[in-house]
Design a protein around this ligand. Sequence first.
Ligand SMILES: Cc1cc2nc3c(=O)[nH]c(=O)nc-3n(C[C@H](O)[C@H](O)[C@H](O)COP(=O)(O)OP(=O)(O)OC[C@H]3O[C@@H](n4cnc5c(N)ncnc54)[C@H](O)[C@@H]3O)c2cc1C
Length: 506
Amino acid sequence: MTTKFDAIVIGAGLGGLAAAAMLAQKGRGVLLIEQHNVPGGYATSFVRGRYEWEVALHELSGIGPPDHRGDLYRLLEYLGVTQHVAFTRIPELYRSVFPDLDLVLPVGREAYEETLCTAFPHDADGIRRFLNRVHDLARELARFTGKGGIGNPLTAPFRFSKTLRYLPAAWGTVLNRDVKDPQARAVISQYWGYFGIGPAKVAFLYFASALSSYVKKGAAYVKGRSQALSNAFVKVVEANGGKVLFNTRVQQITCANGRVTGVTTRAGEQFQAPVVISNADPITTCRNLLGDIPQATRFLRKLRPAAVAPSSFNVYMGVACPPEKLGLSTHENFLNADPDFDRHYESMRHIGLPGITLATCYNAADPDISPPGTTSMVLTTLYYGTPWFELSPEQYVETKNRIADFMIDTAERIAPGLRSHTEVVEVATPITNMRYTTTMDGSIYGFDNTPFYHTVLRMGHQGPLDGLFFAGAYTQPGGGFEPCIMSGAMAARMAMKQIEKAQEEV
Ligand SMILES: Cc1cc2nc3c(=O)[nH]c(=O)nc-3n(C[C@H](O)[C@H](O)[C@H](O)COP(=O)(O)OP(=O)(O)OC[C@H]3O[C@@H](n4cnc5c(N)ncnc54)[C@H](O)[C@@H]3O)c2cc1C
């Protein structure tokens, strides 16, 4: 095998896969190196007994119905990924469950608004006002990120007045001005569990554009789980002449005169390229792969204001009973102890019992996802990773079993009999995430999307050296499937310019 490439991509998470697919599709010689034995990073699945579980994806944004395709679908189509993978529509948005409320939120701007206004008639005016604000801002943001871009900078402040106004605002601050009922606020903020940051801290721009997209276009799931999407990317890379190495860990990014020159693997193989795109997190990339060079130290110093986002805790359940017998008909069920989501978020910094459990019944999105007559159920909550490192091995086992037990009890509230019909259970913690992806603290969204660190205010794709780029959850536009895939495409576009520059110099 040749050892010289136009570009080397470290890591086959979604950011790395999208970057490699884009480069290969544009005719660049690309080598994608993944330490695990399958592609995907978090976008993967695993098998125990007769069940194969989705590891991460609950709801995929940006796909949209055939007559109203979203940005992500269009990008996947452009890359040729849609030739190898299919999507299913999730019928509703989500079910929001509290001790005294159980509400299913439908897809569609009017239906969503009407459901909320009917449930909270005393707050209907505020709810309508707030949702208009959300959709208006999202429309403006779509123009900003779309083909037209920022346009004439002199007139931009007038054309993007809402974006500028809300740039530093937190979701909770804007919401609380319009909507007064704490439970109504909570139901509208229910997706906070997807963004991993509480309503008082998450950037309004980020939440508003994501909510508007979900409400208007609905959410999708991947036929064959997210592993099928990751595999489809690999097919595109290979079909366009790219090379993919699994079970291979990059040990070092090599450089000379302030430029990258390639990588060395743990087994000692050397590969050369004028461009390296790292899908490993930027902190690990700088500390471990670049090592003790001043550019890496300076780069890390600039990242200091950014906080690493939470990790996940999952209980994967194979249940020998069909979903309808358990009373489950909705895909995503948010089970909340109470409407104080900011308290639930802050409690994720310690290993207590969770205030929120997501009970995801994958059969609602894909009836064939588990063997006939069974249910594939995943219970999810979030924790910051750091406290998990402090547990002894005995404490670790006791803690993970205790939390899993509590979450199963919580899920029994909407699915009586769940525990007694369970055939297989597997529990994953932030430590599991770290082990499989090596990402900092097992973070699943990169850095937190606070009002001062989101979308365009977030770390870009340029790394500390000429020719070094980043893709994935830590970079613009953020964590999650759609943003990470977008980030890979964005990094690849920048990398192509660098490849051309290097070719001109030869
Ligand atoms: C439980 C859970 C639920 C989620 N639900 C959703 C959801 O419903 N919707 C949504 O949009 N998002 C969801 N997410 C978030 C989403 O999965 C992530 O934000 C996204 O997949 C991260 O992609 P990434 O590009 O940052 O790469 P990662 O997934 O972090 O992958 C990085 C890859 O790099 C590899 N790597 C690292 N270092 C090296 C090295 N030195 N050499 C070789 N390879 C290396 C790793 O092995 C890994 O494969 C969820 C995540 C989890 C865990």
